[in-house]
Design a protein around this ligand. Structure first.
Ligand code: PXL
Length: 278
């Protein structure tokens, strides 16, 4: 069985970060090891939240794994709480990266043109360095703009613009850059990716749904991690992850009693598993 390590916070309520990554990657029949970087009562889009920093635990935990000769087929990082945590994750990459595994950074720090609460431009710069250290980077357009220090363009861009952004993301150091939330019209929304070594572009879109929810970036990054860790090719992995995310949002919209803080990815598991069995 493949083993993936995911490093991000645990927001006890809110359906993001670890409460999304753990069930989703497990659904791919992958052992999912976790390194919780902080415990929050709920994610930071709520008005109130508690935040217990676990930074002092990070080094002792990964050093214990090193002593036990534990290895990972993939290390996937999401929301990180501070520059210090970003640097520690860089140390984890150094300690566990090998020629037969891959690292994936979702620089979960911003959306809709704005950084999340508590982050500044300096943090975004550190995240750019971590992104460049990873084999795969998975920003949305806002995160890419902050990492590259370019203005955020909400809409009206063309393919040349997206290809330029992807090239710049790979110039930071990654081989595969995946931009999420890409849309050239008012009908379709999806992802555009670039594999630098192969000089190859990939795209995949689904129809736009009439609502936005928190945690969809984490659902996408987790399912992409699962698919890539199973050895799916880039195009298939993107399609699996976009379809799973799209269905999670669709199920949420169709449930009139849905909550505001996360998507119903749980209801999209049967289709995902059927698809993986084929
Ligand atoms: O989904 C990204 C995320 C993860 N973790 C925490 C967050 C957010 C987004 O707001 O607040 C704590």
């Amino acid at each position: 069985m493949k083993r993936v390590l995911t490093v991000q916070d645990i927001s006890c309520v809110g359906k993001c970060s670890l409460t999304v990554a753990l069930p989703i990657i497990s659904a791919f029949s992958i052992e999912t090891a976790v390194l919780p970087t902080a415990v929050l009562s709920n994610h930071t889009a709520f008005k109130e939240f508690t935040f217990h920093d676990l930074t002092p635990e990070i080094e002792p935990i990964y050093k214990a794994w090193k002593k036990e000769n534990i290895t990972f087929d993939c290390i996937y990082t999401g929301y990180l709480g501070s520059k210090e945590q970003i640097n520690l994750v860089g140390d984890i990459f150094d300690a566990f990266k090998s020629s037969s595994n891959f690292t994936l950074v979702d620089p979960a720090m911003a959306d809709h043109g704005k950084l999340y609460k508590g982050f500044d431009l300096d943090f975004a710069k550190s995240m750019a360095t971590l992104s460049g250290k990873a084999d795969v980077t998975v920003p949305n357009l806002t995160e890419a703009s902050f990492m590259l220090g370019i203005p955020y363009v909400e809409k009206g861009y063309n393919e040349d613009y997206i290809k330029d952004v992807l090239g710049k993301l790979c110039d930071l150091g990654s081989n595969l850059a995946v931009l999420t939330g890409v849309s050239f019209d008012d009908k379709l929304l999806g992802v555009y990716a670039y594999n630098k070594k192969e000089n190859k572009y990939y795209q995949y879109y689904r129809e736009k749904l009439p609502a936005m929810f928190h945690g969809t970036g984490d659902v996408f990054a987790s399912s992409l991690t699962g698919a890539l860790a199973l050895g799916k090719d880039v195009q298939s992995a993107l399609e699996i992850a976009v379809d799973f995310t799209w269905e999670s949002i669709d199920f949420t919209i169709k449930n009139p009693d849905h909550n505001w803080y996360g998507v119903e990815f749980e209801n999209a598991f049967p289709n995902l598993i059927k698809r993986l069995e084929k």
